[in-house]
Ligand binder design. Structure first.
Ligand code: ARG
Length: 421
């Protein structure tokens, strides 16, 4: 039923965009003020919002009227950390049995699930085969349903690091496209990935949980290397996301000038202070731990990965709480792909449990994420000038973020992509 809706929406896609649409609904959450607006009306022209107000108060132009009924509208959600072409149920060594084309196909399916879950924009921070670039193009032309994608293409990293694949012996040549060592090679790698479609640069500053043979706390690139990479990316107008769990790697990445620190698990008081002073965003995937510990073994993860997760999970949540309390800027990044796509919104409850108010958690996935992307003119708010990306849920998500797990309406660029009322 839901997928039928997506097909219908796709077929109507272009026709739906080239007109004025006047949307009404029972309520709208204004994420900027935190206010609930009763009986809102939103006007969209050619996929962008041109007017927002209260029914009867805002003068609306002629156009197609779409009443979305008894839902609360809010901006389409933004997930700053996903891997669309990963499937958590195929983890560990078994993943190596599938060709690149398989993962591209997985990406198509997961893009649909992500959109249906209310995420209208995602940053895809690492995939092989440039499949996020192709996926983005196919979604943009309306060939397949999916969110707006900011693709990183390959995650860049040192030989043997978390962004490398260390599962196979030397004689099995593995795709090393994301690997670079030394400042000059890292600069060249940024240029190469940018040439083939990267719109954000992701790199691994430290070891990770789900890689083999890496120490999660260990730094994996020097300050000189990170600085060169960041300088090059910024020169090209790209933002930089650093995967960093370990304390030294987090600090070095911040000093090198990265825009977002992903995971930030072992951030200590000094790292938090550095982030605050530099205006660096933290994107912390604090739901993951529950899923990995419950399902990881069954999904094929190695015991060394599970052991690392047990080391990281609680520490990361404590760091999240401390960073938020201290005033570090934060965005919503789930690392979906490590847990099932479409369940992205499960993380909201964790963010509330660990210190955010519901509206702060929602802002992290809307206005704040848009700001961190440098796309505040485009996405993240139901406001004139921005894309008509809106979702509808039952109830009041600013009281209970659990309502975000059951998205009834998805509109992307003025096109109704899902109607499950
Ligand atoms: N991709 C991340 C890594 O392998 C996932 C970390 C998940 N664990 C967590 N507690 N956030 O390092």
């Amino acid at each position: 039923m839901k997928s039928m809706m997506l097909v219908v929406a796709l077929l109507m896609g272009t026709a739906g965009q080239a007109q004025t649409i006047v949307y009404t609904a029972a309520r709208m959450l204004d994420v900027a003020s935190g206010q609930m607006i009763e009986q809102p009306v939103i006007v969209a022209e050619n996929g962008r919002i041109t007017g927002v107000g209260r029914q009867g108060q805002l003068a609306v132009p002629d156009g197609r009227r779409v009443d979305l009924g008894n839902v609360t509208l809010l901006p389409g959600l933004i997930d700053m950390h996903v891997h669309l072409s990963s499937d958590p149920t195929l983890s560990g060594m078994q993943a190596l049995r599938y060709p690149a084309s398989f993962w591209t196909a997985i990406g198509v399916a997961m893009a649909g699930k992500t959109l249906a879950a209310g995420f209208t924009t995602v940053r895809n921070v690492g995939s092989a085969n440039f499949d996020d670039v192709g996926l983005k193009l196919a979604i943009e032309r309306g060939s397949v349903p999916g969110p707006r994608i900011v693709p990183a293409t390959y995650a860049i990293g040192a030989t043997g690091g978390h962004c490398d694949n260390n599962a196979l012996p030397a004689e099995y040549g593995y795709d090393r496209r994301g690997i670079a060592d030394g400042p000059e090679a890292l600069r060249a790698k940024v240029r190469e990935l940018h040439k083939y479609g990267a719109e954000v640069i992701k790199f691994c500053a430290t070891g990770g949980v789900l890689s083999l043979g890496t120490s999660v706390g260990a730094q994996q690139l020097s300050l000189a290397e990170m600085t060169a990479l960041v300088e090059e990316a910024h020169m090209l107008g790209l933002k930089v996301a650093a995967h960093a769990h370990g304390t030294a790697g987090i600090k070095t990445a911040i000093r090198a000038g990265v825009d977002t620190v992903e995971h930030a698990s072992f951030a200590d008081a000094e790292a938090i202070d550095l982030a605050k002073k530099a205006g660096t965003w933290f994107s912390m995937d604090i739901y993951n731990d529950d899923y990995i510990l419950a399902e990881g073994a069954k999904n094929g993860l190695d015991e060394q990965n599970l052991a690392k997760e047990r080391e990281v999970g609680l520490r990361q949540r404590q760091a999240f709480q401390a960073a938020w309390r201290a005033g570090v800027k934060m965005v919503f990044g789930s690392d979906a792909g490590v847990y099932p796509h479409g369940d992205n919104a499960r993380q909201f409850a964790k963010m509330v449990e660990w210190g955010m108010t519901p509206i702060d958690a929602i802002r992290a996935a809307t206005i704040k994420a848009a700001e961190a992307l440098g796309r505040e003119g485009d996405v993240g708010q139901i406001a004139p000038g921005r894309m008509a990306d809106m979702i509808g849920v039952a109830g009041d998500p600013s009281r209970d973020v659990a309502s975000l797990r059951d998205v009834k309406i998805v509109i992307k660029g003025g096109v109704l992509m899902k109607d499950a009322r």
